[in-house]
Design a protein around this ligand. Structure first.
Ligand code: ADP
Ligand code: ADP
Ligand code: ZN
Length: 220
């Protein structure tokens, strides 16, 4: 299956992507994770991306499309993929179309998770990520057993530098302006699946699986 997971910052894409990846055995490709990894390694691209991420801006389309073109060429994508956080602009969606067309591939579905903005602010500001294994927690909604410690590997939990309220508000505005129009772009092609993300994690996942099974004719 070739899937896109979209929705505003903090809606639960990363959380659901982990479940989808395990159920369908397709790699999760997160542009945000790729940029954060590049920033940790201190590459030129990473440092440039970090400056933009920290103020809630998007990384330019040509850079983002370039790294996605390389990533989608890797062998693990042959059986399918789950794109988390890409495309985020119409220009990126058009670039994705041409990359897929080159390999005679197409998208099977675009899962769009929706949650009201006031809840998104709380979700982003309380998000904590394990510094060792990347596992995701929330101070209120999904707290670790021991404060600030990962349940899986006991690593220290960290807050992302872009998860402060001022930056989150900016990211939501950019989402509304530049990314939201993609829902019409994909709805017109009959690919869009809207999912209510304002429910428990497992209920969101159940709805995603049900909708995918209904919408894709391929075996899932
Ligand atoms: P969130 O989990 O808040 O939705 P991501 O981890 O997907 O955020 O992305 C973090 C940041 O990385 C974005 O705010 C943006 O600066 C950059 N980024 C990620 N994906 C893209 C993309 N497709 N195009 C441009 N910038 C991106
Ligand atoms: P995104 O990747 O879309 O930015 P995340 O998956 O990182 O979002 O989720 C943002 C925060 O909200 C995390 O701290 C996560 O634990 C929490 N979260 C995700 N889904 C839910 C949910 N259904 N209910 C409550 N909290 C959630
Ligand atoms: Zn961990």
């Amino acid at each position: 299956m070739n899937l896109i997971l979209m929705g505003p910052p903090g809606v639960g894409k990363g959380t659901q992507a982990e479940y989808i990846e395990r159920k369908y055995w397709i790699p999760r490709i997160s542009t945000g994770e790729m940029f954060r990894a590049a920033a940790r390694f201190g590459t030129e691209l990473g440092l440039q991306a970090k400056q933009l991420m920290d103020v809630g801006q998007l990384v330019p389309d040509d850079i983002t499309n370039g790294i996605m073109r390389c990533r989608l060429a890797e062998r693990d994508c042959a059986k399918g993929f789950l794109l988390d956080g890409f495309p985020r602009t119409i220009a990126q969606a058009e670039a994705l179309d041409s990359i897929l067309a080159e390999w005679n591939k197409s998208l099977d579905a675009v899962i769009n998770i929706e949650v009201p903005d006031d809840i998104l602010i709380v979700r982003n500001c309380g998000r904590r990520t394990c510094s060792q294994c990347g596992a995701n927690f929330h101070t209120q909604f999904n707290p670790p057993l021991v404060e600030n410690q990962c349940d899986i590997c006991e690593g220290e939990l960290q807050q992302r530098s872009d998860d402060v309220e001022e930056t989150v508000v900016k990211k939501l505005a950019i989402y509304a302006e530049q990314t939201k129009p993609l829902t019409d772009f994909y709805a017109q092609r009959g690919l869009l699946i809207n999912i209510n993300g304002n429910q428990k994690l497992e209920d969101v996942f159940r709805d995603i699986v049900r909708s995918l099974e209904k919408s894709t004719t391929k075996e899932v």
